[in-house]
Design a binder for this molecule. Structure first.
Ligand SMILES: *Cc1c(COP(=O)(O)O)cnc(C)c1O
Length: 379
C-alpha cells in the first residue's frame, strides 16, 4: 500500500459497537470486567485506551514499523527511551539538536549517572572515537534545528550495530512523509507529533515507532509504569492530523522551495539554510534518505545584528512570531533571543548560530503571499 492510502486508513477500523467511521474519543479511566481478569483487553486507561490503540497502530504503519507507542509530549517519548538505560551507560548525541532534548539529557539524566557525548554528526565517522563498551544509544536528529544539518542515518546505523547500541532518530522535522528512518536501519523513530503529524498547532503529543518486539515490550513497560500517556482527545486529534499529512507536506515542500529560492536571491540576505539546495554540504545524503525537503529553513541577513532581525520579525503580517513549527500557518522564530537564548553568545556563534539568524516554518498558505510578506518585512 502506498503512503497516501496508509495515512488515511492505517489503524482505523469502524467502531465495533456503532460503525462510527472515526474512532471515538473513549473518555474513560476504567473498563468493566465480567469476572476478575475477564475483560476485552482493556483494564485501566493508563495501560490501554482504544483511541490510543488506533493511533499507535496507525503510527507504526506510517513509519514502516511494527509497533507504535504514544506519549503525552515529544519530550515524554524521549524520556522513555533514555529510561531504557542504567547508570554508567553512555549516549552519543548530536551536538546540534532540539534544545529541550539537550536540557532533558544534561539537566535531568546526567545526574542519574548516564554520560552524554555531544558530537557533530554531519560526518557519521565523527562519532567513532566516542564509541566504547558502555555505549548503549546513539541519538540523532535530521534535519537539525535550526541549522538544517543532515546526518547519514544508514552510516550511523552501521556504527550502532557494530557497537551493539541502539540508534534513535528524532524524525520531527522531516515527518514520515519525507523520511522513514527505520528503512535505513534505525532501531527507534521518535516524533514530536505536536508538529507535522498533528499539523494544526492545537495539541502536544509525542511518539515512538519501532520493529523489535522485546524493545517494544520494554518501552511499553516504561510507558505504563511512568505514566506519561496522552488523553484520548489528543490521540483523536493526531489521528485526524495524520489523514492529511501527505497533502500538507506536499504543499509545505512546494512553498518551502519557493520561499528558500526567493530568500537566496534577495540582495539583503546573507545565507539560507535549507537542505533542498544542491550546494547544501550534505545534499547527497538528504537526497538519499528524504523524498523531498519540506518547509523548515533558516536565514541570516548581511546586516548581522539582533536589532535588524527583531525589526524584521516584528513587521511580518502572515508569518507569526512564535516558537514551534509544522502547523498549517507560517511561523517565524528568532533562535538568538527565543529558543536558543540560554546558550552563551560566544558558543552560539561558534556553532554557526548568528545574531540575525531567523527560522521559518513555511506553512501551506499561498506562496506568493508568503513571499510578499517576507519581502515587505526585509524592506
Ligand atoms: C518540539 C520538538 C521536540 C519536543 O516535543 P514536544 O512535543 O514539544 O515535547 C523534540 N524534537 C524536536 C525536533 C522538536 O521540534
Amino acid at each position: 500500500m502506498k503512503l497516501a492510502t496508509k495515512l488515511i486508513h492505517a489503524g482505523m477500523e469502524p467502531d465495533p459497537s456503532t460503525g462510527a467511521i472515526m474512532t471515538p474519543i473513549y473518555q474513560t479511566s476504567t473498563y468493566v470486567q465480567t469476572a476478575p481478569g475477564q475483560h476485552k483487553g482493556y483494564e485501566y486507561a493508563r495501560s490501554q485506551n482504544p483511541t490510543r490503540k488506533a493511533l499507535e497502530d496507525a503510527l507504526a504503519v506510517i513509519e514502516n514499523g511494527k509497533f507504535g507507542l504514544s506519549f503525552s509530549s515529544g519530550v515524554a517519548a524521549t524520556d522513555a527511551v533514555i529510561k531504557l538505560l542504567s547508570p554508567g551507560d553512555e549516549v552519543i548525541a548530536a551536538a546540534d539538536m532540539y534544545g529541550g532534548t539537550y536540557r532533558l539529557f544534561s539537566k535531568i539524566f546526567e545526574k542519574y549517572g548516564i554520560k552524554f557525548h555531544y558530537v557533530d554528526m554531519s560526518n557519521a565517522d565523527n562519532i567513532k572515537p566516542y564509541v566504547n563498551s558502555n555505549t548503549k544509544l546513539i541519538w540523532t536528529e535530521t534535519p537539525t534545528n535550526p541549522l538544517m544539518n543532515i546526518t547519514d542515518i544508514e552510516a550511523l546505523s552501521v556504527i550502532a550495530k557494530q557497537a551493539n547500541a541502539l540508534l534513535c532518530v528524532d524524525n520531527t522535522f522531516a515527518s514520515p512523509y519525507l523520511q522513514n528512518p527505520l528503512d535505513f536501519g534505525a532501531d527507534i523513530v521518535m516524533h514530536s507529533a505536536t508538529k507535522y503529524l498533528g499539523g494544526h498547532s492545537d495539541v502536544i503529543h509525542g511518539c515512538l515507532m519501532l520493529n523489535d518486539q522485546a524493545l517494544r515490550d520494554q518501552l511499553y513497560f516504561i510507558q505504563k509504569s511512568c505514566g506519561a500517556v496522552p488523553g484520548p482527545q489528543d490521540c483523536f486529534l493526531i489521528l485526524r492530523g495524520i489523514k492529511t499529512l501527505h497533502v500538507r507536506m506536499q504543499r509545505h515542500s512546494e512553498n518551502g522551495r519557493k520561499v528558500a529560492e526567493f530568500l537566496r536571491n534577495h540582495p539583503k540576505v546573507e545565507r539560507v539554510y535549507w537542505c533542498g539546495f544542491e550546494d547544501h554540504p550534505n545534499y547527497d545524503i538528504a537526497k538519499k534518505q528524504m523524498r523531498d525537503f519540506g518547509g523548515m529553513m533558516s536565514f541570516t541577513l548581511k546586516n548581522d545584528s539582533v536589532e535588524t532581525a527583531v525589526k524584521l520579525m516584528s513587521s511580518t503580517k502572515l508569518f507569526a512570531l512564535a516558537e514551534s513549527l509544522g502547523g498549517v500557518e507560517s511561523l517565524i522564530n528568532h533562535p538568538a533571543s527565543m529558543t536558543h537564548a540560554s546558550i552563551p553568545r560566544e558558543e552560539r556563534i561558534k556553532n554557526g548560530l548568528s545574531d540575525s539568524l531567523m527560522r521559518l516554518s513555511v506553512g501551506i498558505e499561498d506562496a506568493d503571499d508568503l513571499i510578499e510578506d517576507l519581502n515587505n518585512a526585509i524592506g
